[in-house]
Design a protein around this ligand. Sequence first.
Ligand SMILES: [Zn+2]
Length: 280
Amino acid sequence: MKAQLSFTPRNSTTYGKLKAEIEVVSDYLHVGMEKGIPRVDSEKINNARKKIDNVLKDFINDRLSPGEVDQFFQPEVNWFSSENGTYFIPGNSVKGAVRSRIELSTPGSCYISTDRRTQNVSSRYISIFKPDKRIGSDNFLKEYFVNGRSICPVCNVFGNSGLASRVIFTDFKLVSGKVGIIPYNNERYEVVLKGSKFTGEILFKGLKDEEVGMVLFGMKAFDNAGKISFKEMLFGRFKFMDRKFGRVRFSIQSAVQINPLEDLKRFLEKYHPKEVNENW
Ligand SMILES: [Zn+2]
């Protein structure tokens, strides 16, 4: 007879909540559009068409050389994630980044958000995070678990196929700062500039203290001599390629029904997670 499968039921009605801020600490942050749909401004396109017509007429009439024509055709912009004029970092991107850090640091975790390939990925990623390519992924529906009959502690919080997540990340919306378009690697990128701030919420559904602490650890929280603080975290495009890109820092704006520092301490005591320095 199989041993009873071990995981936390999803029927809790107690909620904790954290309002958090993400500050851009590198010069630029780029997070692409989730669905890859370009933003369309029909007036701008019509204006551009008229200009192109004039340029082509000049070219045909030999008033411009081919080289001079090229300057009018800029590469398309890689837009920052936005909807109806509001810039945001999708909640799933934040959740995936937080989860991956926990998976890489917590003994007994499987890999779901973590890339364990050691080929075709950035050598910087491998040297910083040292993913263990032998670690597999739990599959709740197929009842396959890296720990035998109990789901891994991270899947137990963040969910698995057929097992709901007990932590929910809302989208993080840009609340202050600046947006610009910069040329990079022969393309153009819409970026959010250093000092810009996004806010969002993280909801904890029936989490134990050490499980709330686990989520905070994944946000790079640490016990700064009795005060909760957050380290820089690599996030977004080009984070392994260029120091000007992809560094953010969390902070807590308010906490409801949870005690962040105590919860973090509980997690550290119970799991003794590996510390990773991302500041390359
Ligand atoms: Zn897992």
